[in-house]
Write a protein that binds this ligand. Structure first.
Ligand SMILES: Cc1cc2nc3c(=O)[nH]c(=O)nc-3n(C[C@H](O)[C@H](O)[C@H](O)COP(=O)(O)O)c2cc1C
Length: 304
């Protein structure tokens, strides 16, 4: 059995079954007594999310592969909502970094935050690679620019263009053509002139989030992990910027895959550049949603 219950300790409260997303634990009543059993039909559906273990008042549940030392006592965070709002508001995307390395002690704290992010299937499948060696970053950067330079040339060829569009689909193609490549022409030009690096932004550290290709929700998992990391970086005084130009290069360029030692069955789905911000922002952004509303009636009437 994947899930085991110490029946001598179990008080039969049934919280474990209620909290389980697949109701693998069931309450049965025998001789007026409540007993918790593991459903023989569904035990194999266990996600190993550990909720049943974590919630059990008698600590009598064990899940295969989840060690007791992987659980720690629940503590209130002590963070107030206004502190969190202020953190979200203060954080800006940092695109210009000081030429100063981030200590590995700080990087470890940022990775720790990534580690604490949830995944869609409760799997421990997200991997993190940090590149903070300036020489390796320079080689990495050359390969990334080579990819986009080749892409720029290929997009001018009607046959290659057609093949690219079929391969990446119309939505991605439009993003590439109408957004990415517009700036890219300049990025390549400036990089070749040695003027600036607008893709890696001369960051002292690059953090890559990878996941198995066939893992459900791989991209979402990596993005959530990256989000945890940027917020931790923010409180540690490290500036970050999400970077969507780097993951395709990690996945498509064999030299980069080799450099990263990225297994064949994995892809990079999110990346962040990190470093000490060169400039200080004096004002906070006013970010806005496109809309927010409730649906309060069946006719589509809403209450904003
Ligand atoms: C999913 C995502 C991907 C992004 N990709 C890039 C990128 O590739 N390069 C970049 O310079 N900024 C990137 N950004 C940063 C945005 O451009 C930035 O959030 C936006 O300009 C607003 O600036 P702010 O974050 O300081 O408010 C990305 C942001 C998000 C949320």
């Amino acid at each position: 059995m994947i899930v085991n219950i110490d029946q001598n300790q179990c008080a039969g409260c049934g919280i474990c079954g209620d909290i389980c997303p697949r109701h693998i634990l069931e309450t049965i009543i025998q001789n007026d007594e409540k007993n918790i059993i593991v459903s023989p039909e569904r035990s194999h559906l266990c996600l190993k999310c550990g909720h049943c273990v974590a919630v059990c008042p008698s600590s009598c549940i064990m899940v295969d592969g989840l060690k007791s030392e992987e659980f720690f006592p629940f503590r209130e965070s002590g963070i107030h909502s206004d502190q969190l709002v202020s953190l979200f508001s203060q954080r800006r995307s940092i695109r210009r970094y000081k030429n100063k390395r981030i200590s590995r002690n700080i990087i470890h704290q940022i990775v720790e935050a990534a580690q604490r992010s949830p995944t869609g299937t409760a799997s421990k499948s997200t991997g993190v690679i940090v590149v903070d060696n300036p020489q390796i970053l320079a080689i990495f950067s050359d390969h990334v620019y080579k990819l986009y330079e080749d892409l720029e040339k290929n997009l001018k060829n009607p046959i290659a263009r057609f093949i690219i569009k079929r391969k990446i689909g119309p939505k991605m193609f439009r993003t590439l053509q109408d957004f990415v490549m517009l700036g890219m022409q300049w990025y390549i030009h400036w990089y070749k002139q040695g003027k600036s690096n607008e893709i890696l932004r001369d960051c002292p550290a690059l953090m890559l989030f990878h996941s198995p290709i066939f893992e459900p929700m791989s991209a979402g998992n990596c993005l959530v992990s990256a989000f945890h990391s940027i917020m931790m970086a923010q409180v540690l005084g490290i500036g970050t910027c999400f970077n969507d130009l780097i993951p395709p290069a990690c996945n498509m360029v064999p030299e980069i895959r080799n450099l990263l030692d990225l297994p064949e069955d994995r892809e990079v789905y999110a990346s962040i550049t990190m470093g000490y911000s060169k400039y200080r922002f004096k004002q906070m952004p006013q970010r806005k949603l496109a809309e927010f509303r409730y649906i309060d009636s069946f006719g589509g009437g809403s209450n904003r």
